[in-house]
Design a protein around this ligand. Sequence first.
Ligand SMILES: O=P(O)(O)OC[C@H]1O[C@H](O[C@H]2O[C@H](CO)[C@@H](O)[C@H](O)[C@H]2O)[C@H](O)[C@@H](O)[C@@H]1O
Length: 388
Amino acid sequence: MELKPNLTPVLTDAAPLTRSRLGVSSGLSPYSSPKGATFPHHGPFLSIPRKKTGILDDFRSSGWLDAMKCSSPTRNKVSKDLNHGIGSHDAAYSTWLLKFPSALASFDQITNCAKGKKIALFLDYDGTLSPIVDNPDCAFMSDNMRAAVKKVAEYFPTAIISGRRRDKVYEFVGLSDLYYAGSHGMDIIGPPRQSISDDHPDSDKKGLGELNLFQPAAEFLPMIDEVRRLLKECTKDIEGATVENNKFCASVHYRNVDEENWHIVGQRVYDVLKGYPRLRLTHGRMVLEVRPVIDWDKGKAVTFLLESLGLGNRDDVLTIYVGDDRTDEDAFKVLREANKGCGILVSPSPKESNAVYSLRDPSEVILFILIYFVCFFFCRWTASESDR
Ligand SMILES: O=P(O)(O)OC[C@H]1O[C@H](O[C@H]2O[C@H](CO)[C@@H](O)[C@H](O)[C@H]2O)[C@H](O)[C@@H](O)[C@@H]1O
């Protein structure tokens, strides 16, 4: 997916002419905060508490250490749960399922909602398409998952929305006929234009028109590069800490750091950020992520893609978003609030969420994709046959 600058302009919000050419009309803007770049409060994102002087508090007292501990079950927590017995975990999970029913067991509800609608599928990568593993470079998806996603994308607009760098997630997924949003939606690309053909089974794919690339945080790139280098330097003596280049985000992983040293990781990241008021800190599963303060997240990326596809502001579209991470909550929330579709949370344990349904793990995600999308395909086929 090499982009030629003249064919695929980098679009920023400062290009209203180009945006209108794309048919993106809702005023969706990464800089829409009325007071400009502030620290937006997006659902589960934690903003860094600031003193009036602009100087950050101590990392421990800020509540960030607690957030780091809650971000994913630790080895201690897992063994504690096991000691309490599988029964008690199962009981809690069963109770939780009453609130977030399994998408696999909700066939009638979901297919009823889908009747007569166009379907768009959004998929998170880590923890959804691939299992969570200790080494982020080895989070491979299975061939079965790849085959399932490939099949779906042949018939329904399908996008991968990841916190990872776009080229990295593309390398993992390896499918060209998809939309990719990397860096938590700050780096969006559609498939090569030749694949948006007139005879594509889903003519809505043509709605993308000239849109190939959208990078609302492009101006932050040098700053993020600089910060990533500083983060690498200041964490290099902490065993197990790694800094991942996610292009518009710098991600500091602490999954492999001894729990006793997590506060050191946090404090160092926090100290680096003191010098960068235009960056903010969010956290995912055992990862601290530094990103621009722009008002943009996975939820905004979903809205943007739907609008670009000509599927925004329509009542006959069902959007399904499957994700496991707190950053996916922004997308779940957008769908819930706009009544545009449903979020499906992938989680093996109870969690609060803006999703509507749940799946336990990536193996259930494959089943969900295969069962539902075969059904959606046949429903559509039947409908078009009877139209003849
Ligand atoms: O939005 P996603 O596609 O879910 O990406 C979120 C982060 O995923 C990766 O980190 C997570 O998965 C790793 C591999 O299983 C795991 O080792 C790590 O602890 C998790 O946080 C990725 O490495 C990050 O860059 C993404 O932001």
